[in-house]
Design a protein around this ligand. Structure first.
Ligand code: AKB
Length: 332
C-alpha cells in the first residue's frame, strides 16, 4: 500500500499541462551540461537549473541558470526546491567507481548520505526523481552476459554498493511514500565535449582524444575487456524518455539500458579505419581491471524496450564517426 507524499505543503506539484521545473545536481560532471541542453530545448531555457559545488566555465553560465548546491547541505536543498518550485530532479552527484575506491569516506558521504537527502526532499515536495544507476551495480556473482534487470547484485566497489542502495531506497520510497522514482542502469557513456571523472570505462572516451592528438593511446584495461557502452546522445534521450513515460507504462522502476558492447581491441580496430596510423598499447591498472572483470559484458534491456520504447541510435561505427567528427576529424 502506498502512503501519499506530503504534497499539501507544496501546492505546485508537477502538472501535465505545465512544463516541469528541473534541478540537476552534480551538473558539471560528464552528463549534466548535455542533459541541461536537451531539457532546455524541450522545456525552455529558464525551466532547467544546473547545480554543482564548483564554479562553472563561462559558456555554462551563459547557457542558462546555474546555482551552487551542495547535496550534503540538507536545509539548503529544501530551500532550493521550494524557492525554485522544482518539480523534476535529476540527481547526478556521485563519485564513480575508480575514484570511489580511492576515497571511500567521501564516496559514502556523497553517494549514500547525499542520496538520503535527495530522497527526503523529493518525497516531501512531490518531486519526480531520476537517479542514474550503472552496470557497476552488478558484481562478480551476477551473470555477465545479457544480465537481466533482476539478478544477483553483489558489487565489490563502494560505487556499486551505493548504487544498489540507491535503487533499493528509491524503490522503497516509491512503494512506501509514493515518490515518483525512476532509475536507469547506465553503461559506460562516451561523450565528445565532456570528460568522465574517475570511472573504469573512461578509456573509451580518452582514446578518441589521444587518437586525434597523438595517433596513439595507452589503455589501462586489457585488450579483451568487454564492457557495455553507449553514446551520450542515446543516454540523455533515454533519460528524458523514461522521465516522460506515463507511470502506468513503467512495470519496474529501475531499468537496464544498453546499446553496444566492445573491447579496447575492437574499438581500436574501428578507429584504425579512420585513423590508419593509430596505435594502441596496454598498461593495465590492476584496480580498474579488477572492477571491469566484475561487471557485465552486456545487459538485457528488453523490459525498457517493451515498456517505454527504448531504442539506441548509435552502433559502434556510428559512435566512432561521431566522436571523431566532433574533434574536427573528417571520417569521409
Ligand atoms: C564508471 O566507469 O565508474 C562509470 C560507470 C560505468 O558507471 N562510467
Amino acid at each position: 500500500q502506498q502512503i501519499p507524499a506530503d504534497a499539501s505543503f507544496y501546492s505546485t506539484s508537477a502538472s501535465e499541462a505545465e512544463p516541469p521545473r528541473v534541478l540537476i545536481t552534480g551538473g558539471l560532471g560528464q552528463l549534466g551540461v548535455g542533459l541541461a541542453g536537451l531539457l532546455r530545448k524541450r522545456f525552455g531555457r529558464d525551466s532547467v537549473i544546473l547545480s554543482d559545488i564548483r564554479k562553472p566555465p563561462a559558456h555554462v553560465f551563459c547557457s542558462g541558470p546555474f546555482i551552487y548546491a551542495d547535496i550534503l547541505d540538507y536545509k539548503k536543498l529544501h530551500e532550493i526546491v521550494v524557492n525554485h518550485r522544482i518539480t523534476w530532479l535529476f540527481h547526478y552527484s556521485a563519485l564513480l567507481s575508480a575514484v570511489g575506491e580511492a576515497n571511500v569516506p567521501l564516496a559514502k558521504a556523497v553517494n549514500i548520505t547525499g542520496l538520503h537527502n535527495i530522497l527526503e526532499v523529493a518525497a516531501k515536495y512531490n518531486v519526480r526523481l531520476f537517479v542514474p544507476s550503472t552496470i557497476g551495480a552488478f558484481g562478480p556473482t551476477s551473470p555477465r552476459n545479457h544480465t537481466p534487470d533482476f539478478s544477483i547484485q553483489r558489487p565489490r566497489t563502494i560505487y556499486g554498493v551505493s548504487k544498489v542502495h540507491a535503487e533499493l531506497m528509491g524503490e522503497y520510497y516509491y512503494h512506501r511514500y509514493g515518490l515518483d522514482f525512476r532509475c536507469l542502469r547506465y553503461p559506460g557513456i562516451i561523450s565528445a565535449d565532456s570528460q568522465p571523472g574517475g570511472g573504469t570505462t573512461d578509456y573509451a572516451v580518452q582514446i578518441f582524444h589521444a587518437a586525434v592528438k597523438n595517433n596513439r593511446f595507452e589503455c589501462n584495461l586489457k585488450a579483451s575487456t568487454r564492457l557495455p557502452m553507449m553514446y551520450i546522445d542515446d543516454c540523455l534521450r533515454a533519460t528524458l524518455e523514461v522521465m516522460e513515460a506515463p507511470s502506468e507504462c513503467l512495470s519496474i522502476r529501475t531499468y537496464n539500458i544498453s546499446a553496444v558492447s566492445f573491447t579496447p581491441e575492437e574499438l581500436a580496430q574501428v578507429l584504425c579505419k579512420y585513423v590508419p596510423e593509430f596505435q594502441i598499447t596496454y598498461r593495465v591498472d590492476p584496480l580498474r581491471q579488477a572492477i571491469a572483470d566484475s561487471w557485465p559484458m552486456s545487459l538485457d534491456d528488453s523490459t525498457a524496450r517493451k515498456d517505454w520504447g527504448w531504442k539506441h541510435d548509435f552502433d559502434l561505427p556510428g559512435l566512432v564517426r561521431t566522436m571523431l567528427s566532433f574533434q574536427g576529424f573528417s571520417t569521409r
